[in-house]
Design a protein around this ligand. Structure first.
Ligand code: GRG
Length: 321
């Protein structure tokens, strides 16, 4: 490790992370870019939200990003992960979130996007991800978050959507991807987030779930996604946001978690990895910085645990007609 790096141990090297994100976007021929080509919309959401949390969104060309997003939209109203790919509810949320970051929701045909999302609701209240029909509570969250941002929740049957999510609750207080499926922190974020956005958090057993979630913290301070699994920086988001939404975040050791996240930084070239000394990527860089934001780390803007967008962006959405 260089002497500059050892001086920076225990601190967020924000400028290096900004440079890492801006460089990742330029390296279109790299292995990482090629394998991520079909989910570029997600990558853009992770990278741009990180830049905004670090107050550096102004370093990218808004016009370029916005026009690229709009070329990914299909006639159905849904968005694809990149130009020439099929639409999916996952990329539709990322597109809407990025437009919200840039205060550009007004360029959307809101009715059309909302109809695409609402059209994916099934009779039992669940949501499919696209025309091929896979069902998962991830898609319930995505639909509800997307329509909340667009203020068109009335286009779906919210009561049935909530009942379906509650049917995925397990005896341990957690939630899985379908009824009876194992509790997993990622799905718990989706279910708790959807229940928060629809004013239904009273359907969560907060003490039981809070206990399961705080048990995700291991000796290293890092969090895992389910029992017996390795810690991973991304769970700093999935677990912590859920604990905040159910008001049990004081049940984990925040200082130890901050240290774990900071230990996963590449102090020389920027970026954050899943665990200390692993290779960095944009997904873990976002969830590391977003986790630090939830932990109120100095110099990082506050993020909303349900919308997964900076609080100032969410306030703008809520207070704009
Ligand atoms: C707007 C933040 C935001 C999200 C959109 C896509 C989505 C909604 C949520 C995904 C939730 C989820 C399932 C996250 C988990 C991702 C992950 C690291 C899965 C790995 O699972 P395993 O089983 O890993 O490979 P473990 O850690 O259990 O070994």
């Amino acid at each position: 490790m260089s002497s500059t790096s050892s001086n920076q141990m225990g601190q967020l090297v924000a400028d290096k992370h900004v440079r890492y994100i801006l460089m990742a976007e330029k390296k279109k021929e790299s292995f990482e870019s090629v394998v991520m080509d079909h989910l570029r919309m997600n990558g853009a959401y992770w990278g741009l939200t990180t830049l905004d949390l670090l107050d550096k969104l102004g370093t990218v060309s808004e016009d370029e990003v916005v026009s690229w997003i709009m070329t990914c939209q299909h006639e159905s109203g849904g968005f694809a992960g990149n130009v020439g790919h099929d639409p999916h509810i996952l990329y539709t949320l990322s597109a809407v979130q990025i437009l919200a970051l840039f205060d550009k929701i007004n360029i959307l045909d809101v009715g059309k996007v909302s109809s695409y999302v609402a059209g994916l609701q099934n009779k039992d209240g669940s949501f499919s991800g696209d025309m091929w029909g896979e069902i998962d509570t991830r898609f319930s969250y995505i639909a509800i978050c997307c329509l909340s941002i667009l203020k068109t929740l009335d286009k779906i049957n919210v009561e049935k959507a909530v009942d379906y999510i509650v049917s995925c609750k397990n005896l341990d207080g957690g939630f899985g991807c379908t009824p009876g499926a194992e509790s997993h922190a990622g799905q718990i974020f989706c279910c708790v987030g959807a229940l928060a956005l629809t004013g239904s958090l009273h359907r969560v057993d907060k003490d039981l779930l809070g206990w399961w979630l705080c048990e995700r913290q291991g000796k290293s301070g890092g969090l895992n996604g389910r029992p017996e699994k390795l810690p991973d920086v991304c769970y700093s988001w999935w677990v912590l946001s859920s604990l905040i939404m159910i008001d049990r975040v004081h049940w984990i050791d925040k200082e130890k978690l901050v240290k774990f996240i900071l230990d996963c930084q590449d102090l020389d070239n920027g970026g954050i990895s899943d665990r200390p000394d692993d290779a960095v990527d944009i997904f873990h860089t976002y969830f590391g910085v977003a986790g630090l934001s939830l932990l109120e780390y100095p110099g990082v803007k506050a993020i909303d645990p349900a919308y997964a967008l900076p609080v100032d962006v969410v306030n703008r959405i809520i207070f704009t007609k």
